[in-house]
Design a protein around this ligand. Structure first.
Ligand SMILES: Cc1cc2nc3c(=O)[nH]c(=O)nc-3n(C[C@H](O)[C@H](O)[C@H](O)COP(=O)(O)OP(=O)(O)OC[C@H]3O[C@@H](n4cnc5c(N)ncnc54)[C@H](O)[C@@H]3O)c2cc1C
Length: 369
């Protein structure tokens, strides 16, 4: 397998702590970046990600209408991971001993953690990331009508952010499915729909938009409706970060949904030194960032045990999280489903929508809130 490496292998003399065990984390999102923080003083940690910065994913829609949110939710890795070796590239291959990157590095590991929940088409640097939000902000500010395609959490939250910040815009939300927010129950969908309608958002269900047959701000839906909009936003979900694993030794461990099969310790089944955290795992629970953080906490504890030479039998066990989801509706309201109960309005809004947990999340990553 070493023959695959076109560029160079990183050798011990290039690493700052060559007397320590190599832990390689692939993916610096919610789970991977927190794990790197927890482990940076316990092993020689390498983090591989195509971006040079961490982003609090659930603040991204707020960042499109409020640039101060982008300033707080995009953070250079170097700010909170000073001991971590950062490699800015996609990982492309895994052997029994190394990770290979798209730019040609091969990075040896003793322990490997896969945390590639999703692939973002984000820019590489933080300043490019901020520029992307400035562009989205301008697009919204200087248009009078906006089409949002997709009625999952991203589409609904974006509609909520825009009507709250720019109540004069005409917004149309087109969703392919029979109800909004299909990842949670029908009551929550209905509450979100009622809230959007109360803010004069036009919601078209059971329809899709074919962008190729649309022109000059006139869009045809599959239901035969015509939507006129100055701008559109495509909110149909972020691609899964599992595609690259199909070319690796882990390909047999991907289930039909493209999730990695893990055991109760979040170890990839059949591999004693490969773990997985976050949305990439097949843990039976909603795919949520706060759960990816719990995965990172447990994996850090287990890896610290193994790094100290502790027994595998003493590793902690992960218990899947119960159903809990909050979808913000602007800065004051939200709809939430907790343990089968649905709440909507300003009470769940008080919990999530004001700050979107950004201050709390920053603290968790060792940043001032
Ligand atoms: C609109 C919206 C609102 C949300 N609200 C909430 C909320 O209120 N609360 C909550 O808990 N969760 C929320 N979530 C869900 C949450 O964002 C995800 O569950 C969380 O980001 C998953 O974390 P992760 O670490 O598994 O993956 P991600 O955060 O997706 O990170 C994956 C990382 O892997 C990198 N990567 C991908 N492929 C490769 C590769 N081949 N090589 C190297 N790196 C790679 C990516 O660049 C990225 O940095 C929300 C999501 C959305 C879209």
């Amino acid at each position: 397998m070493k023959g695959i490496c076109k560029k160079r292998c990183l050798v011990d003399s290039e690493t700052p702590a060559n007397n320590r065990t190599n832990v390689v984390i692939v993916g610096g999102g919610i789970g991977g970046a927190l794990l790197a923080k927890h482990l940076q003083n316990h092993a020689h940690v390498t983090l591989i990600d195509p971006k040079k910065y961490f982003e609090i994913a659930w603040a991204s829609l707020r960042s499109m209408v409020d640039l101060s949110s982008a300033e707080r939710s995009l953070v250079n890795y170097s700010e909170f991971l000073p001991q971590v070796k950062l490699i800015t590239s996609y990982a492309s291959h895994i052997t029994e001993t190394e990770v290979l990157t798209a730019q040609g590095d091969c990075v040896p590991y003793d322990y490997l953690v896969i945390a590639t929940g999703h692939v973002y088409s984000d820019p590489v640097t933080r300043s490019e990331g901020l520029h992307k939000y400035q562009e989205a902000f301008d697009k919204i500010k200087y248009s009078s009508s906006i089409l949002i395609i997709g009625g999952g959490p991203s589409g609904v939250e974006l509609a909520g952010e825009i009507v709250s910040e720019f109540p004069d815009k005409k917004i149309t939300l087109v969703h392919r499915g029979p109800r909004l927010l299909q990842f949670i129950g029908p009551k929550a969908s209905q509450k979100a729909l009622e809230w959007l309608i109360s803010k004069k958002v036009e919601v078209l269900l059971n329809q899709s938009v074919d962008l190729t047959s649309s022109s000059e701000g006139v869009y045809q839906t599959s239901g035969g409706e015509t939507v006129v909009a100055d701008q559109y936003f495509y909110c149909t979900g972020t691609p899964s970060g599992s595609l690259w694993l199909k070319e690796t030794i882990l390909k047999e461990k991907l289930d039909t949904q493209g999730k990695l099969e893990v055991d109760e310790h979040l170890r990839v089944k059949g591999h004693r030194n490969i773990f997985a955290v976050g949305d990439i795992t097949n843990v039976p629970e909603l795919k949520q960032g706060f759960l990816a953080m719990r995965h990172a906490d447990l994996t850090a504890k287990n890896l610290r045990l193994l790094l100290r030479g502790g027994s595998e039998e003493k590793m902690g066990v992960y218990k899947p999280g119960g159903p809990m989801a909050f979808v913000s509706l602007g800065k004051k309201d939200a709809v939430a489903e907790v343990g089968g109960f649905t709440m909507s309005g300003c009470l769940p809004g008080l919990i999530k929508s004001g700050d979107l947990f950004v201050g709390k999340t920053r603290k968790t990553y060792g940043l001032n809130s």
